[in-house]
Structure formats: structure tokens, C-alpha cells
Design a protein around this ligand. Structure first.
Ligand SMILES: [Zn+2]
Length: 307
């Protein structure tokens, strides 16, 4: 089918009230597992590369992997730049084959975030490439946190409305209490669904949840069983994830879950088959673990059969 614009995938999800997975990759194995899983679920999918992934694998390699992978499948697939901060790299992505970019200027004051994001929209719009921006800080918020502390880090719905109008973005990542990585919360996840619903009402945009890995017990357990150290790992439970989708989330970013799935498969082979030297047999089971994890995520998000 070839790569499609992220906008096309997310506008449909916004209308249909479901979420699409955006899965990070840094190599061929993970990318192939994501695309095969999405194809087998007949689901639209977004494959995401961070600035670090581009540095690791090489710009041309990332684009070529996604482009050839998409051409071989019959589902809508977008190639997205995750957390773009370097304007030169964002421009390179827009000109060089990405179909969606994120500008992350959320660390800057509001007006500066508006100005930077506007520049990216101006570059991307003529090429039909979608732009995601972020408001608030991605930091785990727990039960005991006060209202004032919460307001200081989470998205402000009125600001979100003004931001969307001023910048013309295609999708927005509002901070509602999730954080990146494997150690998201010390206690239970406490996501601000009410705030999310207000942002949705104010902007009507496709909304994006970062830091949304679920850290399933079977994967964390596998990694731990074969020597990994993940004490205290804690993700967003599926029930909570589904509440955010009901509240307006249309793109759910998943990175940590796939890293751990790959690692679990890899650790098992390395410890159980110490004489194996065929890389296909070492990496193959890791790839299979990622495939299963992606299928499981897609089912939870509700986008199976939406391709
Ligand atoms: Zn993120």
C-alpha cells in the first residue's frame, strides 16, 4: 500500500472513537514484527522512530525499512518522528520520506512552544505530512499529589484550545499523568481522564497518549526469569488505557513493552540455548515475542479490523 499520512489514520480513528498503536522501532526485527502483527490484525498502524533511533540505525535505513515494509502490506501505515526537537532533523524527515512528525517543544514557555510548532506546521502542511505537538510535562502523577502540583505539570485545557487554534496542528499529546519508561508509577496509575475529556471537547483533535506501555506481567516476568532486573516496573493497566480512549485518545505510543518483549525472547534463547550461533535462531524468538505483544496491544486499543 505504501506509507500514508499520519493525519489520514488519526482522523479516521477520531471519528470512529478508537485508538491506533504507534510503536517505536530501531531495527529490522522490531519493525517487521510490528507490521506483520498489524497486517494480521487488519489494523492501521504508526511506526515511530525517535531522534536516537535515527542516529542508531541511520536516516536512510529507517526510511527504507518503513517504506519497503509498508509497500509489502495492505494496511495503512505511517512513519512518524517521535519527540522531534532538532529543527534540522524535522525538516529532513519532512523532505525525506516520513509521513508524520512530532515537534516536542513542551519544555519551552507556552508562546515559544506555539512559535516553534507553527514553523513545523508551515513546513509539513504543503507536503500533507501531519504534525503532533505536546503540552504539559510527561511525569507520573500519583494519588497523593496536590491539585496545585498537578496543575503545574499537566495540560491546561484552555491553553490546549488556544494552542490548537494558533498552530494548526493535526494531533496533540496532552500530559495527563503518564511518564516514559518501565517505572511509571510508584503506586497505582492515576491518570486525569476528566482533564483529558476537557481537552478533547476544547480541541476536537486526535489526542495522543505518551508513556502508555502496560508492562504486562507475563513479559516482565519472562525478562526477570532469565536474569533481567526490573524490580518495581509499573505500567498503565489495560482498563485505564481503555478509559483514556473513551476520553478521546486516538494514538497510543508503545515503546517499553516492545523492548521488554524483545529482551525476554532474547534472554531466554541466550540462557537456554548456549550453543546456538545462528543469529536468525537467536533473534527470531525475540521478534516473535514482539509480534505477539503488538497483536495484544492492538486488540486492547480497539483498532483490529479498522484497516
Ligand atoms: Zn513520548
Amino acid at each position: 500500500m505504501g506509507l500514508v499520512s499520519g493525519k489520514e489514520i488519526l482522523q479516521k480513528a477520531n471519528k470512529g472513537g478508537y485508538a491506533v498503536g504507534a510503536f517505536n522501532f530501531v531495527n529490522m526485527e522490531v519493525l517487521d514484527a510490528i507490521l506483520s502483527a498489524a497486517q494480521d490484525e487488519n489494523a492501521p498502524v504508526i511506526v515511530a522512530a525517535s531522534e536516537g533511533a535515527i542516529k542508531y540505525a541511520g536516516f536512510e535505513t529507517i526510511v527504507a525499512l518503513a517504506t519497503t515494509g509498508a509497500a509489502a502490506r495492505k494496511i495503512p501505515i505511517a512513519l512518524h518522528l517521535d519527540h522531534g526537537k532538532d529543527m534540522k532533523l524535522i525538516e529532513k524527515c519532512i523532505k525525506g520520506g516520513f509521513t508524520s512528525v512530532m515537534i516536542d517543544a513542551s519544555h519551552a514557555p507556552f508562546n515559544e512552544n506555539v512559535e516553534t510548532t507553527k514553523k513545523v506546521v508551515e513546513m509539513a502542511r504543503p507536503k500533507g505530512i501531519s504534525v503532533e505537538a505536546e503540552l504539559g510535562r510527561l511525569t507520573g502523577v500519583e494519588d497523593h499529589v496536590s491539585v496545585a502540583e498537578r496543575d503545574a505539570v499537566l495540560v491546561n485545557p484552555a491553553e490546549a484550545e488556544s494552542f490548537a487554534k494558533q498552530t494548526g496542528i493535526d494531533s496533540l499529546a496532552p500530559a495527563i499523568g503518564t511518564s516514559h519508561g518501565a517505572f511509571k508509577f510508584k503506586g497505582e496509575a492515576k491518570l486525569d481522564i476528566e482533564r483529558l475529556a476537557k481537552v478533547k471537547k476544547a480541541t476536537q483533535l486526535p489526542l495522543v497518549l505518551h508513556g502508555a506501555s502496560s508492562l504486562p506481567e507475563e513479559i516482565v516476568g519472562l525478562v526477570a526469569k532469565f536474569g533481567g532486573k526490573l524490580d518495581g516496573a509499573h505500567g498503565v493497566p489495560d482498563s485505564e488505557l481503555q478509559k483514556t480512549i473513551a476520553g478521546g485518545i486516538n494514538k497510543v505510543n508503545v515503546d517499553t513493552d516492545l523492548r521488554l518483549a524483545f529482551l525476554g525472547g532474547l534472554r531466554r534463547v541466550l540462557l537456554e540455548q548456549k550453543e546456538e550461533i545462528d543469529l536468525r535462531k537467536v533473534l527470531g524468538p525475540a521478534k516473535e515475542m514482539v509480534y505477539k505483544a503488538v497483536r495484544s496491544r492492538i486488540k486492547v486499543l480497539g483498532c483490529s479490523g479498522k484497516a
